[in-house]
Structures are given as structure tokens and as C-alpha cells.
Design a binder for this molecule. Structure first.
Ligand SMILES: Cc1ncc(COP(=O)(O)O)c(C=O)c1O
Length: 367
């Protein structure tokens, strides 16, 4: 999809806030741990190239979700180590090896397919994935890990790391977390040898179980200034949201009582009403669920009325405003604020999803 630089809707990304948030995590966790930010999914919508370049001096490496995301960073001269967190197609391992991209090895079966490839494997670096209870990818018993290490050694593949991922680190009940921790520790204790990097923590685990942070902290959502638990658990220190979403009024009119607004005529005015049109819609990731929610105009909350269209939506104004008046969808305007988590709560989802759905069509402006 093409960005729309001439459209008056923008996501403003504060790279300094991202740097500040990383600095705060560095103070919070074990000083020997390296931060490898999760810049997958275009850095949660913030722009993976821009974010990676802006924080490169603060971090040990980067985490992405697939090979193409890693290649994009290499193409933009990001030279730090990169780890792909999902299993890739075995035929593509030569690309990873050539670009010094570390791969997750999710199973012995996958590694056997890799060694069948007639590729030069001596530059390949792998991190064995351990499924300690997430139920997604990774080995579940130590014998499989040890067979993988043996196979890697046979083909001179660099067994660089081993890691797991916690499913409930953002929840108050620690039962499942402790269970995963015990399973992972048991597997680590039975390994035939230990790699350079053992790692297990995402943001939530580092925030609320910082003793668990090992060689690498895979820091995602809170680097962008958001609480992984939404509004459930309190943060041990303050972080700054890095993204705000703004637009402008492109049309303003007064309509009579009894008129309807939008597809399906789902909103009917009960009195004469000022209606403003804002150029953002569900094709931008501003979903139809946003009907009935609010935006800020001149620091005041205004309701989103009628169905959100593909490219535009309508809001109820308290009075007439000039064309081009700023509309804040996420962020602060005067005394009031709408957070990404407020949007997520309204939609019944998580703040991660709100950010990741903001489409490429919305231009990003970097502060
Ligand atoms: C394996 C892995 N590690 C780390 C992260 C970063 O998670 P968070 O954004 O919660 O810090 C993710 C994100 O989903 C992940 O899949």
C-alpha cells in the first residue's frame, strides 16, 4: 500500500520518547542484559527502519518476526544482530546466513530440513525455541534440544541462543508464569551445552519479573510507551507514549433535526447539529467499531457519529470550526487525552492491535 503524504492524517512518532523508554528499562533490569527491541510489524506501526536507526546505539540487536522484516533492516544499513522470532521456510536459510540474520529453530524436524539444503551453513546462527507453555512454537523436551545441538555441531551451524516466551507475564495471577519458568529452567539444566544467549523475557516479564531477565531483553510494547497489561497492572516506572494520531476537519456543516449521518443511516440528529468530516476510516485501521467513541477538537471530546466509512468518518461538533482544524484521535489536546489503551478498551482489544492496524496509508512524521 502507498503512504498518502498529501492527506491530512498523520501518525506522529516521537523517537526521543522511544529512546527514553529504552533507557528506563536499562536502569530497571540486570545491567549485563542487552536490550533487543521487538521492531516486528513495522515496529508496532512506528516504522521499523526509523525506530531501529534511532535506537541502534542503545541496544544489542533487534527482534523481527520474519525474514523479510530482517532483510528490510539490512537493506537500510542496520548492522546490529537481528533475530527472526518465527520459523522461516528452510529453503531460505542461505539468505539469513549471508546477511548475518539469526534464526529461531522451532523444532528438530525444521533443523533436519535445513541441513538437507545444499547451502553453506557455517555462517548460520540459530536460537532454539522452547515451548514452556505458550503452545506456539518450540521444543518441549530437552532430548529434542540436545539432538538439535548435536545436529547443529555436525554441520558447523552456530548454536547462538535458546529462548522461551511467556504467555501470562502481564497478568496478576502468577501461577502459569511460574509453571513456564520451572519448565524452562529444567530444560536449561539438561542442555548438553549452553549457548551465548539464553533469553525469555518480553516487556511484561521484564517489568513485573525482572529477576527473570537473562542475556537478552526482547523489549516490545513499553518501548513504544504502552503498558502491556492495558490498565490492569501498575507500571513500576513511568513511560512515554511515542505515537499520536492526528487529522483535520475537511468538511463542516450544520444539519437539521431528524437528518441521518453515514452508511445505514444509523445516527439521527435530535436537534440542529454541527457535523465535521475527518479523513480517516477503516482502511487506515480506524475500524468501524470506533462509532460512538470520541476524538478531541480544540481540547474537547467529540463523538464519532454514524458508521466509520472506508476513508472518512463524521464527528459531532459543539460549534462551527474552520476547515483544517486539528482533530486528535490518539494523544493530548489541551487538558484532555485519548490513549491507545482507551481506543483498545473501546474496541475490546489490546493496545498492540490498535497500533499494528494503523495502515501504511497513514503517513508517519518523526519528531
Ligand atoms: C517471542 C517474542 N518476544 C518478545 C515479544 C515482545 O513482546 P512485548 O511487546 O509484549 O514486549 C514478542 C511479541 O509478541 C514475541 O513474540
Amino acid at each position: 500500500m502507498k503512504t498518502s503524504p498529501h492527506r491530512n492524517t498523520s501518525a506522529i512518532v516521537d523517537l526521543k520518547a522511544i529512546r527514553n523508554n529504552i533507557e528506563k528499562f536499562k536502569k530497571h533490569i540486570n545491567p549485563n542484559a542487552e536490550i533487543w527491541p521487538a521492531v516486528k510489524a513495522d515496529a508496532y506501526g512506528h516504522g521499523s527502519v526509523e525506530v531501529s536507526k534511532a535506537v541502534s546505539d542503545l541496544v544489542g540487536g533487534f527482534c523481527v518476526s520474519n525474514l523479510d522484516e530482517a532483510i528490510e533492516l539490512r537493506n537500510h544499513l542496520v548492522t546490529k544482530p537481528i533475530l527472526v522470532l518465527s520459523g522461516i521456510v528452510p529453503e531460505d536459510v542461505d539468505i539469513a546466513a549471508a546477511l548475518n540474520i539469526s534464526l529461531t529453530a522451532p523444532s528438530l524436524e525444521w533443523l533436519k530440513l535445513v541441513v538437507q539444503e545444499e547451502a553453506e551453513l557455517s555462517d548460520l546462527k540459530i536460537h532454539i525455541g522452547v515451548d514452556s507453555g505458550m503452545g506456539r512454537i518450540g521444543i518441549r523436551d530437552v532430548e529434542e534440544a540436545n539432538q538439535m545441538i548435536e545436529l547443529a555441531d555436525k554441520y558447523a551451524i552456530n548454536f547462538e541462543g535458546i529462548f522461551t516466551h511467556f504467555a501470562t507475564a502481564d497478568m496478576a495471577d502468577e501461577t502459569k508464569f511460574k509453571n513456564q519458568q520451572a519448565r524452562f529452567n529444567k530444560i536449561m539444566a539438561g542442555l548438553s551445552r549452553q549457548p551465548k544467549f539464553i533469553h525469555s523475557t518480553n516487556t511484561a516479564a521484564a517489568l513485573w519479573h525482572k529477576e527473570q531477565v537473562q542475556a537478552i531483553e526482547r523489549l516490545g510494547i513499553s518501548m513504544y510507551g504502552l503498558n502491556p497489561s492495558g490498565k490492569t497492572l501498575e507500571l513500576p516506572f513511568e513511560i512515554e507514549p511515542a505515537l499520536s494520531l492526528v487529522s483535520e476537519l475537511t468538511h463542516i456543516k450544520k444539519i437539521a433535526a431528524g437528518e441521518t449521518v453515514g452508511y445505514g443511516a444509523t445516527y439521527e440528529t435530535s436537534e440542529e447539529t454541527w457535523i465535521g468530516t475527518v479523513p480517516i476510516g477503516y482502511a487506515d485501521g480506524w475500524t468501524r467499531q470506533m462509532q460512538g467513541f470520541k476524538v478531541l477538537v480544540d481540547g474537547k471530546f467529540c463523538e464519532i457519529v454514524g458508521r466509520v466509512c472506508m476513508d472518512q468518518m463524521m464527528i459531532k461538533l459543539d460549534k462551527s470550526y474552520p476547515l483544517g482544524t486539528k482533530v486528535t484521535l490518539i494523544g493530548r489536546d489541551k487538558a484532555n487525552e485519548i490513549t491507545t489503551t482507551d481506543v483498545a478498551d473501546w474496541r475490546g482489544t489490546i493496545n498492540y492491535e490498535v497500533l499494528c492496524l494503523l495502515s501504511d496509508r497513514i503517513k508517519r512524521i518523526y519528531k
